[in-house]
Design a protein around this ligand. Structure first.
Ligand code: TRP
Length: 444
């Protein structure tokens, strides 16, 4: 078993792949829109607090558990808890989260493909601030387009996952830095054209009257979502990680880059919204509306637009890979079937669930009324991920043997970092998540 596991080729390869998993639609699509909905300021503060205090240690917890157990999330819980049924159930919840998130994530990822296609064909060029939203609405209501794009995306994801980690690394190596550069340039242009004052004010000026349980839980959920936490994706990635690579260093990079991209994404989209009173009909679409209008103002706009959405599509792909991988490695290692069969089987059922989300934004009354996508996203991002993350923290803090745990750190880290980390995992992270959940439930 041990010999057969593939490994990341280097520390940089691992960092790049993990950044690839972390940076995705969560940063570029979801963060700007839920921050907009939640009124910025206070929401961002909670989000940043959740990232650096609660989530950061859990990233390392997941990776160290996976590297130690050399198994998928379910297998890791099963092995390290010696078959305890409670922890096995937690493992299953993790797999469920991955399964459910991927199903709607792939739908949104498919939207980027449409934008690449339409940009190439110059079809977005005539859109203005008034018409761009309507066009997007019509696109969402087209059942065959929604299903086709979702299908294409699931297919692409499966192809990479069948090939193992080498495929992941190669795809991310060049494209992630390129995406970063693009985001910087677009954010710069948008600040240049529309100013940054209102955006900065919106993001960093805290208004404490905004505090309520729902937005606090959503901010915490987003911290988990964006760092790919709470369902064992990092357990699986950690299990491919050679012993000599420092978890702490890698994690610092992942967290900083991920946070920067999320904030920069807001600077791409907000200035035009605040600077021109562009109407936002559906906040979940601002990635596909506010930017289109801006691209149309630039020379060669269609070309820039095509490349940009292609890169976002790639960022999404490196995340969908990270979501499919936990499911596939669970199926493979639990039922002992081949990677290929496991991938095809998992991808098919995830695709099937995704049809509800593909049709749930206007294409089918039934799924639209159910708010299928929104509810699935709410259930996972706001509940199963934070609860999963909290339990992973508890597990790593209390049930992961100290001797084994310490092996995951070098001597310097053992001295300066380990005590803080272990204490946070045992007490701070689980307690904070627990309090947030109680707060949301209205207990106080
Ligand atoms: N982090 C990714 C994003 O922000 C999404 C993602 C990938 C994810 N793998 C995950 C979310 C595992 C939760 C768990 O787009």
């Amino acid at each position: 078993m041990q010999e057969q596991r593939t490994q990341w080729s280097s520390s940089l390869g691992f960092i790049i792949a993990s950044v690839g998993s972390a940076v995705g639609l969560g940063n570029i699509w979801k963060f700007p829109y839920i921050t907009y909905e939640n009124g910025g300021g206070f929401f961002v503060l909670i989000y940043l607090g959740a990232i650096f205090i609660v989530a950061f240690p859990i990233v390392i917890a997941e990776m160290s558990l996976g590297r130690h157990a050399q198994l998928n999330a379910f297998g890791t819980f099963k092995k390290l808890s010696k078959n305890n049924p409670f922890w096995k159930a937690v493992g299953l919840m993790c797999i469920f989260s991955a399964f459910a998130i991927l199903s709607y994530y792939s739908v949104v990822a498919g939207w980027t493909l449409d934008y690449v296609w339409e940009s190439i064909n110059d079809n977005l060029q005539k859109l203005t601030a008034e018409t761009v939203g309507t066009r997007f609405g019509a696109f969402l209501a087209s059942p065959w387009k929604q299903i086709l794009l979702h299908t294409v995306f699931m297919f692409l994801t499966s192809m990479v996952v069948i090939r193992g980690t080498s495929g992941i690394e190669k795809a991310v190596d060049i494209l992630m830095p390129m995406l970063g550069l693009f985001i910087l340039i677009i954010a710069g242009t948008s600040i240049y054209n529309f100013g940054s004052g209102s955006t900065i004010d919106f993001l960093f000026n805290c208004n404490f009257s905004q505090i309520n349980g729902s937005s606090v839980l959503e901010a915490v959920g987003q911290a988990f979502f964006t760092l790919s936490l709470g369902l064992g994706a990092m357990i699986v990635y950690g299990s491919y990680l050679p012993k000599k690579i420092s978890l702490v260093k890698s994690t610092i990079w992942i967290v900083i880059l991920d946070t920067m991209i999320a904030l920069l994404a807001c600077f791409m989209m907000y200035p035009i919204i605040f600077g021109t009173d562009m109407e936002v009909k559906r906040s979940a679409t601002i990635l596909f509306t506010s930017l289109t209008v801006q691209f149309n103002m630039l020379p060669g706009g269609s070309f820039i637009s095509a490349i940009f959405y292609l890169l976002v599509g790639f960022a999404a792909l490196t995340s969908t890979i990270a979501l499919l991988e936990p499911v596939v490695s669970f199926i493979d290692e639990t039922f002992n079937i081949s990677r290929k069969k496991g991938t095809i089987l998992s991808a098919f059922f995830i695709w099937l669930l995704g049809v509800g989300s593909a049709l749930g934004n206007g294409a089918s009354d039934f799924f639209t009324k159910l708010n299928f996508m929104g509810n699935l996203d709410g259930l996972t991002a706001n509940w199963t991920l934070p609860i999963g993350g909290m339990l992973i923290a508890v597990f790593a803090g209390w049930f992961f043997k100290t001797k084994d745990k310490k092996e995951e750190f070098n001597s310097n880290e053992l001295k300066y970092f380990y005590p803080y980390w272990n204490f946070t995992l045992k007490f701070i992270s689980p307690l904070l998540v627990f309090i947030v959940i109680l707060y949301k439930l209205g207990v106080f």
